[in-house]
Ligand binder design. Sequence first.
Ligand code: 5GP
Ligand code: MG
Length: 183
Amino acid sequence: MKSEMHNDILKILVTEEEIQARISEMGAELYEKFQGKNPLFLGVLKGSFVFMSDLVRACQVKSDVEFIAVSSYENAMASSGRVKITHDIQQDITGRHLIVVEDILDSGNTLAFLKEYFKTKGAASITIVTLLDKPSRRTKAITPDLAGFTVPDEFVVGYGLDYCQQYRNVPYIGVLKPEVYSH
Ligand code: 5GP
Ligand code: MG
């Protein structure tokens, strides 16, 4: 496929094939845990939208999908530590089994905040699923229930993850060339 972005990538950390194989396993694991429970897949926008769409099709349980949008990064590469809900959930989640779907678990600020928020809204259970886990930068006591891949302390893009809102449609997980940041 022609790509305007591939040339900006320094190295690929996780290939498309590796992502799809891992998502199949994750879908099967979630199936065993949630069959008969009618879970709600709750994606954290924007980063999770690509992962969410593959994950729900890899897990054929009766379920529905919902999204919440938060911002903490404000186009920078380091977390501000503050989490703001920019688009709230549109349904009552009282008594629901939530599968919270994230692109990457980094400091843990976002998910620590959201976990508390969903608890106060009366969720029956909260399962945290992230495509990527960057445990080296964790500042909050939060661990994913299911993670696709552990990544080193590098800023990654692709498969939903952005740099300044770009590169979300790159089909693999990669690291940008240093000169891309200097523009
Ligand atoms: P946390 O709140 O755990 O620090 O970070 C969660 C959010 O920060 C992620 O959902 C993601 O939007 C952003 N983030 C953290 N690390 C990276 C990264 O390496 N690349 C990109 N593109 N976003 C990241
Ligand atoms: Mg995100």
